[in-house]
Design a protein around this ligand. Sequence first.
Ligand code: FAD
Length: 319
Amino acid sequence: MYLELAGAEVDEPSLQALTLARSYTGGSAVDAVVACDDASRAPSDALGEHGVSTLYLAESDGFATYAPRAAAEALVELVDRVGATALLGPGTERGNEVMAHVAALLDLPFAANCVTAAPSEGGADVTRVRWGGSLLEVARLHTPVALMTVQPHAVAIETVSGAEPAVEPFSPSVSEPARAMRVTETVGASTGGISLADAKVVVSGGRGAGSTEGFAIVEELAGLLGAAVGCSRAVTMAGWRPHTDQVGQTGTKIAPDLYIACGISGATQHMAGCKGAKRILAINADREAPILASADYAVIGDMHEILPALSAAIRATRS
Ligand SMILES: Cc1cc2nc3c(=O)[nH]c(=O)nc-3n(C[C@H](O)[C@H](O)[C@H](O)COP(=O)(O)OP(=O)(O)OC[C@H]3O[C@@H](n4cnc5c(N)ncnc54)[C@H](O)[C@@H]3O)c2cc1C
């Protein structure tokens, strides 16, 4: 099981994937691997309670920043060394990229975004999310090593009582071209420090916001709710917000407790990114807008009137 790190901790999609990995093994413990540039940066999580028996630390200075090909080379080396017959990872953008490199290096098929997986004769049977969540595909992988990623937010994390894993550092040989393919600079997202993917509340604006300036009322409401700001692709295409704010099939997949979609029609490609939300509040001028079919609550009207009124009401309750 390939684990991604968020700082010193294993990220949530990886813990979700660990739960699926345990169901793949029929409940037995699994071995896991993280890539880090220094053993002191090994994850601080209690991985025993996620069913990890051995944690391999792939150490290389090439892992100081995200380096997908280098991570893939380390995974391929480990798969070979331990004789793994399955390798799972989180179905994040990065997890899928690393596993795609592994598949290319091993010249084997790869099933991304699985929601179930079980070993089968000569491979694995999987159910996986396709076309931005609009269909579930049941497929069989015919392969000596089943390469799979797990759809984020589709599997609830389950813990077990288990001893802390044995930690085994190793130094993979990483090729020079692989080292060259790495992140050299990280530019902060414009979500006011709250990660869109992990936010409990997200306030998004669509074409109905009208302009870059039209997002001031979206930001104001988000600020009051401690929420992240998101948007539709119509907005990023118009250049009103950066792509990092986009929710959807080709944007970020979110699973907040509350998603407030303002001036967003609810195209399938947008809903693919927010259908993990526990509750959706749609604010839309059109009572026939498709998003109303998925919304738990709706306010029909002009977002440029409703959002300032909502913000004012929240302020009034706090004063
Ligand atoms: C391959 C592919 C991938 C895509 N990926 C994504 C993706 O990741 N994310 C994404 O969002 N889209 C994606 N799209 C685009 C998607 O199909 C839609 O075009 C897009 O989501 C529409 O954005 P929108 O809802 O903001 O705009 P529109 O569809 O134009 O809807 C605007 C909505 O705002 C309402 N409105 C207008 N004025 C107001 C007002 N003053 N107050 C309140 N409501 C108002 C309207 O009634 C309407 O419902 C993708 C498309 C393709 C083909």
